[in-house]
Write a protein that binds this ligand. Structure first.
Ligand SMILES: [Zn+2]
Length: 199
């Protein structure tokens, strides 16, 4: 296993240079070589998308959400981007590959989608802008699928995807300190939970 920087990714359909722009402000490399686990492991881990659909969803996420956000607020810092199985297994906690859309349309060895929601997700923040403000602007101006809010000074999680559910979930610490999900309306109001179930 080499530790040199990778230049290309080879999907089921074509080979793409990682430095190709995937939107107005980011390259594919920004999404692939991203986050705390990547920084720790670097090129030791093969975190390259294998499905062209994943690649297209990264472009869609830029086009629909990140590009408009950067034009409005200034450059965003991506804290967690594409995460295939090889990277995800090095992240011990707080990620849910089967739900969180960071794996795009990648499949397991047996050919099953890692996340049946598909699409693509990114966690990010913008210097000097509260995540609450970003969340409310994204809700009003973009075609997102899901958004998770963890606090004003924590990165937000935003996805695009075929379900286009436009759902917003606040993940805030309950009395025990564990994060408790609360589903909000697009304007950030609490939606009464009907038959709320535990996962
Ligand atoms: Zn996320």
């Amino acid at each position: 296993m080499g530790t040199e920087r990778r230049k290309n990714m080879t999907t089921n359909k074509k080979t793409i240079d990682l430095d190709t722009p995937c939107g107005q402000f980011f390259t594919f490399r920004d999404f692939i070589e991203c986050g705390e686990a990547w920084e720790r492991l670097g090129a030791e881990v093969d975190n390259l998308p294998k499905s062209l659909k994943t690649v297209e969803s990264i472009q869609q996420l830029c086009h629909r959400v990140l590009d408009p956000v950067v034009r409005e607020f200034g450059q965003a810092k991506l804290t967690y981007g594409f995460s295939g199985t090889a990277l995800a297994k090095h992240i011990p906690a707080r990620i849910y590959p089967s739900l969180d859309q960071h794996a795009g349309s990648e499949t397991t060895k047996s050919g099953k989608l890692v996340c049946s929601r598909e699409g693509m997700a990114v966690d990010f923040c913008v210097k000097g802008v509260s995540s609450r403000e970003l969340m409310s602007w994204i809700a009003d101006h973009t075609q997102f699928d899901r958004m998770y809010f963890y606090g004003d000074d924590r990165p937000i999680h935003v996805s695009v995807g075929p379900e286009n559910s436009h759902s917003i979930v606040h993940m805030l610490a309950g009395p025990s300190g564990r994060l408790v999900p609360r589903v909000m309306s697009p304007k950030g109001r609490l939606v009464p939970r009907i038959g709320a179930k535990k996962k």
